[in-house]
Design a protein around this ligand. Structure first.
Ligand code: HEC
Length: 245
């Protein structure tokens, strides 16, 4: 959740912690401190020290266990600031304890529920249908218990974890979802065997998944045409920073 909040320079190094006897991969990264407040997954500024630590960080460290797996990730400021570029401290409004939701200067609730509005241009005519088809599909997925397993906690202990619990993840996996549900490979039960579900539920998952996939394809096509026709304005994924909290 936090890694997309950082800019990576491509520089990295490896190190060894002699005391703990673990290998460490150090990756140069700087915090994107000027995002609209509502786009952070967590109000880091609830503590001035914490916000400062993120603003001044310059590396992410991955600690590896003896199987070569990352068992912990940390941020730090023991790296170099040479590649940081221009940087301005951002002062957020004082965080009021337990005020996780607020209204911005334009009267919009924050943090903003984006679904697909951060992925497509505001003028994309498929946005509202994308929201609708995604919500319908997500609700059938819940009925089918898909999101019980396909989450970061990985309760089924899958070797290759397919995430389905956010709109962007579901969008990326939609073809495989349709394939697996059509073949009856998914859902599984707790011991990894095919799970029989009501045929109506299977049909509903497939129908909503297909509608969602079709809308994604249409939205992508619109973006591609917009880019081809007006290269100057068609920078997909950008939108004005409206949050002036
Ligand atoms: C009880 C846990 C569980 C449930 C419930 C479950 N899955 Fe899975 N799913 C898994 C595991 C484990 C794998 C990895 C299988 C493997 O490769 O060994 C997997 C793999 C997948 C894959 C990737 C398959 C591939 O290799 O291309 C997709 C897509 C998927 N599941 C979709 C779904 C959908 C859609 C549902 C709901 C209808 C669902 N799953 C329900 C555990 C679950």
């Amino acid at each position: 959740m936090y890694l997309p909040l950082m800019d990576f320079t491509g520089k990295w190094s490896i190190a060894h912690d002699d005391r703990e006897n673990v290998d460490i991969i150090r990756v140069e990264a700087f915090f994107r401190n000027e995002l609209p407040a509502g786009e952070y997954p967590y109000p880091f500024w609830h503590s001035a020290d914490k916000w400062n630590a993120y603003e001044t960080m310059n590396q992410v460290n991955f600690y590896l266990n003896d199987k070569g797996e990352i068992f912990v990730g940390t941020r730090g400021n023991a790296g170099s600031n040479d590649a940081r570029g221009s940087y301005t401290h951002v002062a957020h409004e004082t965080f009021v304890k337990d005020h996780w939701l607020w209204t911005d200067a334009n009267g919009k609730p924050q943090p903003e529920v984006t679904l697909f509005s951060a992925r497509y241009q505001a003028g994309n005519p498929h946005l509202s249908r994308l929201d609708e088809t995604y919500r319908a599909f997500a609700s059938e997925m819940r009925e089918g218990s898909c999101t019980g397993c396909h989450t970061p906690a990985n309760p089924a202990d899958a070797t290759t974890l397919t995430l389905l619990q956010t709109p962007a993840h579901a969008a990326a996996e939609i073809d495989r979802v349709i394939d697996q549900v059509e073949k009856g490979e998914m859902p599984q039960d707790d011991i990894g065997l095919r799970k029989e579900i009501d045929p109506n539920l299977r049909a509903a998952i497939l129908k909503t998944a297909q509608a969602f996939r079709n809308e994604l394809a249409a939205a992508d096509e619109w973006e591609a045409n917009a880019r081809a026709n007006a290269p100057a304005v068609a920078t997909s994924g950008q939108r004005p920073a409206t949050d002036t909290r």
